[in-house]
Design a protein around this ligand. Structure first.
Ligand code: SF4
Length: 379
């Protein structure tokens, strides 16, 4: 186990880890009653030099200042499409800011207001582990027939591995399209790092069977698999998952159906397979927003995704009954590290001429990551 794997969230110093580091400098206290005015003033002072991107799972106090809101795919496109803003404040998590840095011009600078805003799923696949897996596939003679497909929710190092080995990035919006592309190119897919998105898409969208999928455990020799299991598999799924979406269970679906007759259950494909199978609708964050917003007044929805988004959907659709699928609170704790004090601090620092929390991806890593990201954007 390497040192970075032992770091506690927000402590220590390892920029290579999604767990990040603590921020330097004086942050305004969250009790400061002038935070909103300070944010308005700093944003006005930066003017067109700044663009604030806000992921749907962000807190309301941050989202109110976002110029563009979206899921990771929409925000990656937004970062790629715009070339004027000098500073992009990425109110999301570390891997999203890395992708924005890769997709924007060298003149543009990407700022992550809190460096400790990482992603537990992205941390479940390290470059060493993935390289080791690939070497095992090479020894078995199947690497040349295997196409890596990597979920957006991964470090730049894993995206770079994907680009270097002829693969593509995918998101929950385009996972089916990317898997179809990969199977037209090779016989097997190595799907990183979210096992659930890989399995759900392969089985429910491509018609593969559960037996076509095997699970690669990076902590075990040969991924914990036999040679025959690897040779016979079509999908080699990495053993990673989202700590938020992984919480929803079949039992929570049964419970809400009993409690709210006529309720429709809508879940994200990062949920476990059995949860997705028992749902009425499955879709990316953008699809969930679209399905709920366009449904007729009086519709009843139980939503299985991050709680900030579900609360916002409930506020914005008062004519519908919208409940959270799980009874226990389920925020993305790392995404929620970005709060108004961090955004104010980052913007005010730049107004004062100090660039803080810049996310800069190594040139070689950026080159191959961009190959894989461009492949996705071209599909
Ligand atoms: S919701 Fe899950 S996948 Fe998304 S940033 Fe949080 S931990 Fe990562």
């Amino acid at each position: 186990m390497s040192l970075s794997e032992l770091l506690v969230l927000g402590q220590g110093s390892d920029l290579a880890s999604e767990r990040g580091v603590s921020c330097t400098g004086e942050l305004p206290p969250s009790s400061d009653p002038h935070l909103v005015e300070r944010a308005i003033a700093a944003k006005a002072a930066l003017g067109s030099r700044a663009l604030i991107l806000g992921h749907h799972y962000q807190r309301d106090e941050v989202i109110q200042f976002a110029d563009i809101t979206g899921d990771s795919f929409k925000l990656a496109q937004a970062a790629a499409d715009q070339s004027s803003a000098e500073f992009i404040f990425f109110c999301g998590v570390h891997f999203m800011a890395e992708s924005a840095d890769i997709l924007t011009s060298p003149k543009q600078r990407v700022i992550l207001p809190d460096l400790a805003a990482g992603c537990s799923m992205a941390d479940m696949a390290t470059a060493n582990q993935v390289n080791q897996c690939w070497q095992e596939l090479e020894k078995l003679g199947v690497a040349s027939r295997t196409v890596p497909v990597t979920y957006m929710n991964s470090s730049a190092a894993i995206k770079s591995f994907t680009g270097e080995h002829g693969g593509t990035i995918c998101t929950s919006s385009n996972a089916q399209k990317t898997l179809e592309w990969a199977f037209a190119k090779g016989e097997k897919v190595l799907f990183l790092p979210d096992q659930h998105l890989g399995r759900n898409t392969a089985v429910l969208s491509l018609g593969l069977s559960l037996d076509d999928c095997v699970l690669w455990n990076p902590w075990k020799p040969m991924g914990g698999l036999t040679e025959n299991q690897i040779l016979g598999a079509k999908m080699i799924l990495w053993r990673g998952h989202c700590s938020v979406h992984g919480r929803f269970t079949r039992e929570s679906i049964q419970e809400v159906r009993t409690r709210i007759p006529g309720v429709q259950v809508i879940t994200h494909p990062e949920c476990q397979h059995e949860v997705v199978v028992d749902s009425d609708v499955v879709g990316s964050t953008e699809r969930i927003i679209q399905a709920v917003s366009s449904s007729p007044a009086g519709s009843k929805w139980a939503i299985g995704t991050e709680l900030n988004l579900v609360s916002r959907l409930a506020q914005n659709n008062p004519d519908k009954e919208i409940v959270f699928l799980d009874k226990t609170v389920c925020y993305c704790s790392t995404m929620n590290r970005i709060d108004l004090p961090h955004l104010v601090w980052a913007m005010e620092s730049i107004v004062a001429g100090h660039v803080v929390n810049e996310i800069k991806v190594d040139e070689r890593v950026a080159k191959y990551s961009k190959l894989a990201l461009d492949q996705m954007l071209a599909l």
